[in-house]
Design a protein around this ligand. Structure first.
Ligand code: MTE
Ligand code: MO
Length: 403
């Protein structure tokens, strides 16, 4: 028992081997990675797995909770009124979501490397509970790999699959967290034993030490974080070498996700006959000149793309609530902004009660002191506090009072 952690591959739970299945396996099958002592590193231990697992678990927990926030902000259920403050709320939670997701990648690789010899545990199946446990680890690893892989390629807007990313990413997130919970419960005795023994000196041996491995993993996490977090933490933008966007690069100093050309709105947006139609109990419409003649308000607000970048800009335009009041909307009405863009997922967005009434919610005509660039939504775009970028509808042609 004393040698449990000193052993390169500590024995799993001390369960008696049930007969007769394992006994029936011929020893000749124990070849390659199934050989006893096939894995020589002294780092494949429960204690290393526990250390890295704690970091990975922390990152996944933050990633999951902020992912739920993102999900409910994007698709609020009917009972939920999303608050419009703090202004930087979604910027913080989505920055954490993408940041912890990226940090989890080296952590997951290190964790998998630490425990992968267990794939060749002998005998492969010891009992029914053991089979179930192995199956649950398979579900755990596949769902976490799925979440990190799809999340990462989503940050570069690459969708090499047929399913709808937000929905799949949401449901598999629950599978991942559920299977992590089961895994923790099953491994609790192993974790407790490893922690109880954590001050035992490492077994002598060559190669990387435990401390060396943990420092390297921490350095890898630091490196991927520092070279990507500048996509949302402005002062670090010069270090933003690996993220797909720099928050200050783009027309008018702001990135663009979908250009006017991609959205096929160029001709419609430049049409001099443009009018904003406001539909409600007292419908009306306004030309661009009439919109400019209304009281203009300024707001300094970030655009926070769900993909992880965010950038603050000074917006100037008409308060949404002024237009809603003029249309005779009730004080608790929601609204919908509809784009000139005809097809695609983001051709309209619903503006909840709190956002509709917020003095910072604008239909903007200008950004950073200039009329909006075509790619930022000219002639008119929605900009509101604490709101995912996908809902900051560009090229708005119509505002509808709901209810
Ligand atoms: N009509 C329309 N509005 C849209 C989009 C779009 O594809 N179509 N993309 C959204 C996304 S995903 C983001 S992050 C912001 C980006 O705004 P920007 O291009 O001005 O930075 O616009 C949002 N508004
Ligand atoms: Mo976005």
């Amino acid at each position: 028992m004393a040698s449990r952690l000193a052993d390169p591959l500590p024995e799993p739970l001390p369960e008696p081997l049930p007969e007769p299945l394992p006994a029936a396996l011929p020893a000749a099958l124990r070849r390659g990675p199934f050989r006893p002592g096939a894995f020589r590193s002294r780092l494949h231990t429960a204690l290393v797995a526990v250390h890295i697992g704690r970091w990975l678990g922390g990152a996944v927990a933050v990633c999951f909770v902020t992912g739920l926030v993102s999900h409910f902000l994007q698709q609020p259920p009917a009972w939920l009124t999303v608050p419009s403050r703090p202004v930087w709320g979604y910027r913080l939670t989505q920055g954490l979501h993408v940041g912890t997701g990226i940090a989890a990648i080296p952590l997951l690789l290190a964790k998998l490397w630490t425990v992968y010899p267990r794939l060749w545990a002998w005998p492969p199946v010891r009992s029914l509970p053991h089979a179930v446990e192995r199956l649950s680890v398979f579900v755990l690893v596949s769902s976490v790999v799925f979440e990190l892989a799809t999340g990462l390629v989503n940050t570069v807007q690459w969708y090499p699959w047929a399913f709808y990313f937000p929905r799949a990413h949401y449901y598999v997130g629950w599978v991942a967290v559920g299977s992590i919970g089961i895994h923790l419960a099953v491994k609790l005795p192993v974790i407790a034993a490893a922690l109880a023994d954590r001050h035992r000196p490492e077994p002598p041996g060559t190669g990387l030490s435990r401390r060396g491995l943990l420092v390297s993993v921490a350095a890898a996490v630091g490196a991927v974080t520092l070279t990507t977090v500048g996509q949302t933490v402005g002062p670090l933008r010069r270090l933003d070498l690996l993220a797909p966007r720099r928050p200050d690069i783009g027309p008018q100093g702001l990135p663009v996700n979908r250009t006017a050309a991609q959205a096929q709105v160029g001709r419609l947006a430049r049409d001099t006959g443009y009018r904003l139609v406001v539909d409600g109990p007292r419908p009306f419409s306004l030309s661009l000149a009439e919109l400019r003649a209304l009281p203009q308000h300024e707001a300094e607000l970030p655009i926070t793309c769900v993909e992880g970048w965010s950038a603050t800009a000074r917006w100037r335009g008409v308060r949404l609530r002024d237009l809603l009041d003029r249309a005779g909307a009730p004080a608790d009405a929601q609204a919908r902004a509809v784009s000139l863009e005809r097809t695609g997922l983001y051709t309209s967005s619903v503006i909840g009660r709190a956002h509709a009434r917020d003095e910072l919610t604008l239909l903007a005509l200008e950004v950073n002191g200039e009329p909006l660039a075509l790619d930022h939504g000219y002639p008119l775009r929605l900009i509101a506090p604490n709101r995912p970028g996908v809902l900051q509808t560009k090229w708005v042609r119509r505002l509808e009072v709901l209810q």
